[in-house]
Write a protein that binds this ligand. Structure first.
Ligand SMILES: Nc1ncnc2c1ncn2[C@@H]1O[C@H](COP(=O)(O)OP(=O)(O)O)[C@@H](O)[C@H]1O
Ligand SMILES: [Mg+2]
Length: 360
């Protein structure tokens, strides 16, 4: 895998749920459309002379804009994102002429490995391509994005589909009504890709979970669309077990979302390229290019190779650098940024070795 794959910045990242404000989450067609439309420009760095000419108020506004930008840095095009997009878009084409037994994709991996990001970037890419192809057709909704709610029932899941499409759900409506309305609308608006996140919220071991899985299967048979799922460690869960599971497994390609590795020289190069891409996105006045890449080993230790933790660390340090006025990311500043619990545990083990049970 060539490190060059990491050098193309993708678009700005979604913060699913809060991307479009509380009234327009990504799981509604309005919120989704805003996410697809969004193309923010990085702020320009002023020269020292221009900076000196700013009033205190202008300087505060300038720093504020840069702080916002660093809080939500553009995404990096990772191998996972590229693979998800290539595979899924190929399946969309193959499935177009398929009456049944359409094939799908499952993105599976630990939390924080970029599954939601890959899924939403896939949806965004496909929708932008479709718009280019049919510029006149404003009623098309090529992509539907829903998340499986915790402890979902079939009705809750069907309601998620309906909510994305903006269909009113009368209290009296039964499952068949909802499913029929969803399928009719999806057919009319030419939904071609259905993205379903948080698939791990379904457990086939429970009756409700099995029913939800059947509902998904039913949707996938009735909607002439390609289904792409994302969830935590799906292949290790029970979703592929039993008769139902084997049916699912037979039709889906599992694409793993894994932490970056650091064992071999090539893996290390890929990691360094990832750090370099993030570093190139910084808009700090005193940051020396290459000084973040030089900390690659430290960054790996802090994050255990998780892109989510790395992004948190770099974004946090950039914000601190602006606030402190130092305008550069140093190791001391990185130390001040908290990462998530899983990455912190891995770091602790790397520094001290695994904890041993004193009794044995
Ligand atoms: N390609 C990427 N470039 C930059 N940041 C990323 C990328 N992928 C994920 N992230 C960041 O990592 C965090 C976790 O990503 P997410 O997609 O939600 O992971 P998951 O769904 O696997 O838990 C998010 O803050 C996201 O912005
Ligand atoms: Mg996720």
């Amino acid at each position: 895998m060539s490190p060059a794959v990491l050098t193309v910045p993708a678009t700005h990242g979604p913060a699913p749920g809060d991307e479009a404000g509380p009234d327009e989450p990504l799981t509604t067609k309005e919120g989704w459309r805003r996410f697809v439309d969004r193309q923010p420009q990085p702020p320009e760095l002023l020269s020292a002379a221009a900076l000196g000419g700013l009033s205190a108020r202008e300087r505060a506004a300038y720093d504020d804009a840069r702080r916002d930008y660093h809080c939500d840095l553009p995404l990096v095009s990772t191998p996972t994102i590229r693979q998800v997009i290539t595979t899924s878009r190929l399946l969309i084409q193959l499935n177009r002429h398929q009456v049944s037994a359409r094939r799908g994709v499952i993105i599976s991996g630990a939390s924080g490995t970029g599954k939601t990001t890959a899924l939403t970037q896939l949806g965004r890419t496909h929708e932008r391509h479709t718009r280019k192809r049919y510029p006149e057709d404003r009623y098309r909704l090529p992509v539907l994005y829903v998340t499986v709610p915790p402890a979902a029932t079939p009705r809750m899941l069907a309601c998620e589909f309906a909510r994305f499409l903006g269909l009113p759900i009368p209290a009296r409506a039964n499952m068949t009504d909802i499913v029929n309305a969803v399928c009719a609308t999806a057919a009319r608006t030419r939904v071609e890709l259905v993205c379903i996140d948080e698939l791990h919220n379904i457990s086939l071991a429970t009756r409700a979970g099995a029913e939800v899985s059947d509902t998904l299967k039913y949707f996938s048979e009735r909607l002439p669309a390609t289904f792409v799922y994302a969830g935590i460690d799906i292949e290790r869960g029970d979703l592929f077990a039993g008769t139902r599971g084997r049916q699912i497994a037979g039709r889906f390609t599992v694409l793993p979302a894994a932490p970056f590795a650091y064992g071999t020289g090539e893996q290390r190069q890929v990691w360094r390229a990832l750090v370099a891409t993030l570093e190139a996105m910084l808009r700090l006045h005193a940051h020396r290019p290459g000084s973040l890449v030089a900390l690659d080993e430290y960054l790996y230790r802090r994050t255990a190779g998780m892109i989510g933790s790395l992004s948190q660390l770099v974004r946090g340090a950039a914000v601190l650098a602006i606030e402190a006025g130092t305008e550069t990311i140093t190791r001391e500043l990185l130390e001040a940024v908290p990462v998530d619990h899983a990455a912190a545990q891995a770091d602790l083990i790397a520094r001290r070795g695994p904890r041993r049970d004193p009794a044995t």
